[in-house]
Design a protein around this ligand. Structure first.
Ligand code: ZN
Length: 260
């Protein structure tokens, strides 16, 4: 886990009927965070979002029922923590720490000290160094090194961290689509968003920490306008009738009436 805050540059159209967030420019760190959402176990997502109605559906109820289930009903070799606080396995990925209590794990493996002889002890590995070898009854406390083939053949040490390459600017759309930035893509987007003059564009850099990380995760499950929801809802909203932009009208209609 590398940093606890990453920057995101919001690109805003300030000459719309209302200021409007168009998309964001992001470095590798933010994109790695978005990609890492797919590595989260459902149990970890539920734990993060169950409070305050942050998650729809029945999973929060299932989560609470596991919390409340008496240990007498759980198999003696199982631990409820494996369900309620599952670890995230991110092999080779050093990622920005933007979600609380969600850590990547590296599972250390052990083998029987007699693995080098001709016995079949070498067939067994354990993730607890107090495990007893089923063949010779010795403690399996010899550390085993896991070789990740794709990592072993990589040339650059930097390439081991995260998912996407550094030194590239990525464009993140409001619906979380991510693309590498390019002149032609920027031109296409500015045309699409009806930006007539580059002076109508405003840039705003925001810090993304754990609060925003959880909000982004929550919004990603409920909304098609995630960046707007998380970073822009504090902005003043014009009346619905004065807004010509069809997309924005649709967005306003989807929001709860109390917010309008
Ligand atoms: Zn053994």
């Amino acid at each position: 886990m590398a940093t606890t805050k990453v920057s995101l540059k919001l690109i805003i159209h300030k000459k719309c009927r209302r200021r409007r967030l168009l998309f964001a420019e992001a470095d590798k760190e933010f994109v790695d965070f978005l990609y890492s959402i797919f590595t989260l176990p459902v149990g970890a997502v539920t734990r993060l979002l169950k409070e305050g109605g942050g998650m729809v559906g029945c999973l929060p109820s299932l989560y609470r029922s596991i919390e409340n289930m008496g240990v007498a009903y759980i198999q003696p070799d199982k631990d409820k923590r494996f369900l309620l606080q599952p670890n995230v396995v991110m092999p080779g990925a050093k990622l920005p720490l933007l979600l609380p209590n969600v850590g990547s794990t590296f599972r250390q493996l052990y083998r029987c000290p007699y693995s080098c002889n001709s016995s079949n002890c070498s067939s067994y590995v354990a993730d607890d160094n107090s495990t007893i070898c089923p063949l010779c009854n010795k403690k399996m406390d010899r550390i085993v090194t896991f070789i990740d083939p794709p990592r072993a053949i990589r040339a650059s040490p930097n390439s081991e961290e995260g998912y996407v390459k550094p030194m590239v600017t990525y464009l993140v759309m409001d619906d979380m689509e991510v693309k590498p930035s390019s002149f032609s893509l920027l031109a296409t987007l500015l045309t699409k968003f009806n930006v007539k003059d580059i002076g109508d564009i405003e840039e705003k850099v925001v810090d993304v920490g754990m609060d925003e990380g959880v909000q982004l995760l929550k919004a990603s499950l409920q909304s098609k306008t995630v960046l707007t929801d998380v970073f822009f809802l504090a902005e003043p909203i014009g009346s619905e009738e004065s807004i010509e932009d069809e997309e924005l009208r649709g967005y306003l209609r989807r929001r709860p009436r109390a917010e309008r």
